[in-house]
Design a protein. Sequence first.
Length: 233
Amino acid sequence: MTKQTIALCSEKLPPEGIKKLEETFKVYLLPPDKKLADPVCHHPDMILTVIGNKLICDGDYYRENIYFMKEMCDRLGLEAVLSEAPRGEKYPHDTGFNVLVTDRYIFGNLKYTAPEVLAAAKEIGLEAVNVKQGYTACSTLLLSDTAVTADRGILEAAKGRLPALEVEAGSVVLEPYDTGFIGGATAYLDGVLYTFGELQGFGELKALLRKKNITLCPLFEGKLTDFGGIKFI
């Protein structure tokens, strides 16, 4: 880990979670994307994606927050790529940047993935894998080399490509929706799994953590809650 590593988080993250992250990282709190629905407009996995040295987001979002975004990109040596793809609060126009990126693949509903995202993936040789789930980043925790998800379509797409672990759905809070997602409630980096709340249940995931010798780090007490994950850059 270098001094330049940042944790890009939701501005709605509880203060105690921000404080804990600041012990290790430079924390950036994302301004909301006004085009998205209120419950998720501040979620990093909904707002942008990073592929190689490119940070890709909605063009209007970047322009509305240009000082914040430019300072962050300059600090990290990232090239901002502005997308003009259709964007809105209703599915599928809220899914353009919500992709799962690994070292070899990009998983997403390719029909609705922003073309700038697909171009950036192709440029660095990532294979694009289509899944029905438009919220692929939300739905998946990438734990080292293993995709952890409750989504059967993602599990099927992972076969032959990377290890995967199925977990039960419905244990993550995202008000006012019925449920949130494991990817939006967790983030992994350098042998540590950070969680937004406490990992109650999830026996298979805890067993995997023990097997991989991964440290569990709840950022605050209470129920596991979806805040759109953390973009470690």
